[in-house]
Design a protein around this ligand. Structure first.
Ligand SMILES: CC(C)(COP(=O)(O)OP(=O)(O)OC[C@H]1O[C@@H](n2cnc3c(N)ncnc32)[C@H](O)[C@@H]1OP(=O)(O)O)[C@@H](O)C(=O)NCCC(=O)NCCS
Length: 175
């Protein structure tokens, strides 16, 4: 079962409990699972950018991108969170989710994606320190952990203003 390539598709309402459980298990706490629940109810939510990875009919991973304003007048997507069920990690599921999400983000016309996360993980998808692209975090964060990927040039930079829903996720909206 684990070796089957995952199907990546937009979530449906039937997936909500499974998504909550996968995110909770991946992070080992409730915060990020609740963040997904809250963002889904927020005005910024884009259903096409809440994707699940399904293997043998089971949801084993999830990723969410949420439109977020910058003080420079742009809109970027915040990637947060991405989660893979611990039993299915290191089998390419997370990469499949990120790549599918970036492709859909590009198709929808967004100019950039920002992420606060592991500096060893995201550069493989083209992310680099966000300050190099003119984006700043609204809270203190190590330079290398706040990353951006431009989907097309010219997205106005500035400080990223996370929607209020992100406050549910503790002190910072880590991906
Ligand atoms: C991060 C996560 C989504 C990756 O999913 P995955 O399906 O295991 O990822 P893939 O199989 O596509 O890629 C595995 C690679 O990611 C690396 N990786 C996984 N988790 C990592 C982490 N926390 N930090 C750095 N690298 C990580 C692995 O070393 C592996 O690298 P390699 O291919 O060079 O050996 C998953 O491990 C997860 O859900 N983690 C817990 C939740 C979390 O921390 N999410 C946010 C990450 S910023």
């Amino acid at each position: 079962m684990a070796s089957l390539p995952p199907i990546i598709r937009p979530e449906t309402s039937d997936d909500y409990p499974a998504i909550h459980n996968v995110v909770r298990r991946a992070f080992g706490r409730e915060n990020e699972a609740r963040l997904v629940d809250v963002l889904r109810e927020s005005p910024e939510f884009v259903p096409a950018l809440s994707l699940v990875a399904e293997t043998a009919g089971r949801v084993v991973g999830h990723i969410l991108f949420t439109p977020t304003e910058t003080t420079g007048g742009g809109t970027v997507l915040a990637l947060a969170p991405v989660a893979v069920d611990p039993a299915f990690q290191r089998q390419g599921v997370g990469s499949a989710l990120v790549l599918a999400g970036l492709a859909e983000s590009r198709r929808l016309g967004y100019g950039a994606v920002i992420v606060l996360g592991h500096p060893d993980y995201y550069p493989r998808f083209g992310f680099s320190p966000a300050h190099e692209k003119g984006f700043a975090a609204p809270f203190p964060v190590p330079d290398e952990a706040f990353m951006a990927l431009e989907l097309r040039p010219g997205t106005p930079g500035g400080t990223v203003v996370y929607p209020p829903a992100f406050e549910v996720c503790d002190e910072d909206p880590g991906a």
